[in-house]
Design a protein around this ligand. Sequence first.
Ligand code: SAH
Ligand code: SF4
Length: 381
Amino acid sequence: MKSNLLDFDLDAMAAFCETLGEKRFRAVQLFRWVHQKGARRFDDMTDLARSLRAKLPEVCEIEDLPVLSRQSSSDGTIKWLFDVGDGNAVETVFIPETDRGTLCVSSQAGCAVGCRFCSTGHQGFSRNLTTGEILAQLWHAEHFLRRALSTQERVITNVVMMGMGEPLQNYAALFPALRVMLDDHGYGLSRRRVTVSTSGVVPMMDRLAAECPVALAVSLHAPNDQLRDSLVPLNRKYPIAELLDACLRYLPRAPRDFITFEYCMLDGVNDRPEHADQLVALIRGHAGVGVPSKVNLIPFNPFPDSGLKCSPKDVVARFAKTLNDAGIVTTVRKTRGDDIDAACGQLAGDVMDRTRVAQRQARLRTAQQQTIRFVERVKQA
Ligand code: SAH
Ligand code: SF4
């Protein structure tokens, strides 16, 4: 079977090249062709020896993911639905903002954690993605956007592992993928521009801290164990106190001096004034020192059969005020791409949704124009 070059970090690429009798600098060249230039064909890799170019297609390939659909939101957000085989699909979302372009990447087809408010969780777990499938999302999106915008410049400046799946339950595939994102010969992203979001897989948080400490977001969603048990079932295994201890251990290695806590605002469930008070006490008081953190309140994005509603705006604002007044920097996340179900927790890999092509193409044009303006701004900055 042919090797997929998207499965390799630079060390693995070097080991692969060694099997072909090639030195490490060849691996660097190949790696740059793939990730930095988005080459699809070995013939295009003009600085490789002709004999090597002829040999490569026999032993390896660059395995793109088949696109089932690409949708664009009126706000510039673009969502890809990729086919990962056996009826499974994963989603990837590009979110352009004035000063950055963020790609939200999936780590699993489905998710085994099964959070109550998450449509990926409701769909159950199919399988882990490979390193190549995680990186193909970035590779495909980055080079699609560069072609669409006719630019050689980097378009994706930030990656968040906040798509489908629990990244820390797929650590073996995640780790090399992160290394490629950070590698100067790969995507060259700084550790603070790559964020792993976790529902709290404590042992793997420690491993990430030791091996690849990128920015960390922790999906908290509740200020006490009883409530968190019911929202994030993994809490029964790693309760809040253990989770916050792991955050404190992570911080000395983290690229930022705070942890981001995500908190999905659910009407009447976790949004009452006493929950805000409990959250303040928890964050400020944990282990007698508190956890340096920022809180990101996410308005719940509804999906069919969730039985849950988003908290009203004024409730979210009051909740945020309680936290901010207590000195905890709290922001309310803007919902992006909700007209194409690309918002947090709406990613369910819905293969059926392939209608209204013309409408979608019109939206894509608008999105591309917005993205062009965004890239112009990035260039001027
Ligand atoms: N499994 C990881 C990363 C993927 S989920 C995690 O849970 O952190 C990314 C973020 O979206 C998490 O904070 C998650 O709690 C949030 N989320 C999931 N479903 C949501 C929904 N329906 N509305 C708003 N946020 C949601
Ligand atoms: Fe999995 Fe994250 Fe969804 Fe929970 S919120 S089910 S951990 S993807």
